[in-house]
Design a protein around this ligand. Structure first.
Ligand SMILES: N[C@@H](CCC(=O)N[C@@H](CS)C(=O)NCC(=O)O)C(=O)O
Length: 289
């Protein structure tokens, strides 16, 4: 096994800003706003500040699902937060999410003296919208509990995919066998968890599509469909046949095709919609395809 044998941790860790890697320029060991930055505000009840990473896609897919169901009050403006440029450390953004990560949502739809409700953490946003519109969570208590279990499973598990596997396989400044082995093992274990569950269940919470699917698809669906980390072959991802079946089924939903391109600034031109202010913005983009 290759290794970095020359490193002995010091008594007290200190920050070395020159450590390289894809995200080194924005990472710091401190929290809070780094600069003053006003955020734009559109006309719709929901103002979303985000980027089309998997955590961002969850929310835009959810909002598109709600609109598709006829919940016109779920109209939203989706503003682009460029995390590579450090927008998440601007003062207005940190007021919405003290954790400085997308997605972050403001809800102006209830009259709270023009003070919107802030919501951060993608799982909390899904649950907030689900409760607000009474949608996409099973009514039956047992099925609802199953959906919540999978929703929280996703929140705890996906960091091993993004911050673990994806980071060390794709973004680290050089390949580290120990780290890649550790997180590939975990990524495959999680895919197997899903595969075994989806062998007997159409959706994550059984026979009803729910926020559990909306949370899990952007991470694990994108992974097995080859939309993330170019890792299908490395992970032997197509061998997870039930995950693949489910991933394709979710991907074929119109709301998923609409939501996944919002705040996206990479990939094919027809998959990039940096900002969304009306349904027509997405209609136009999808027509270009
Ligand atoms: N647990 C959070 C994670 C959010 C998150 O990690 N967002 C990433 C993009 S996917 C981000 O904003 N990173 C910017 C940074 O770390 O500075 C959630 O689910 O909302």
């Amino acid at each position: 096994m290759s290794s970095d044998n020359n490193y002995t941790p010091p008594k007290v860790w200190t920050w070395n800003s020159e450590n390289g890697g894809e995200w080194a320029s924005i990472n710091r060991p401190t929290a809070g706003a780094r600069h003053e930055q006003e955020l734009p505000k559109g006309e719709h009840p929901f103002q979303l500040y985000s980027l089309a990473t998997p955590n961002g896609q969850k929310v835009t897919i959810m909002l598109e699902e709600l609109l598709a169901m006829g919940h016109n009050n779920a109209e939203y403006d989706a503003h682009l937060i460029k995390i590579g440029d450090g927008d998440q450390f601007g003062s207005d953004f940190v007021d919405i999410n003290p954790n400085s990560k997308i997605p972050a949502l403001l809800d102006y739809s209830d009259d709270l003296d023009d003070k919107p409700q802030r919501v951060f953490e993608s799982g909390a946003i899904l649950l907030y919208l689900s409760e607000k519109f009474d949608a996409l969570l099973p009514k039956d208590h047992s099925k609802r509990t199953e959906a919540m279990s999978w929703l929280f499973w996703q929140m705890g598990s996906a960091p091993y995919i993004g911050g673990g596997f994806g980071h060390f396989y794709k973004y680290a400044p050089f390949p580290i066998e120990y780290a890649i082995d550790r997180f590939t093992m975990e990524a495959k274990r999680q895919l197997d968890v899903l595969d075994k569950h989806l062998a007997n269940n159409e959706f994550m919470a059984g026979d009803e599509y729910s926020i559990a699917d909306i949370a899990i698809w952007p991470w694990y669906g994108n992974l097995v469909l080859g939309h993330a980390y170019d890792a299908v072959e490395f992970l032997d991802a197509t061998s997870y046949k039930n995950v693949l079946r489910w991933a394709k089924q979710i991907e074929s939903r119109e709301a998923v095709q609409r939501g996944r391109i919002v705040n996206r600034t990479w990939g094919e031109p027809h998959e990039q919609l940096s900002e969304r202010h009306s349904r027509a913005d997405i209609d136009q983009k999808l027509k270009d395809n």
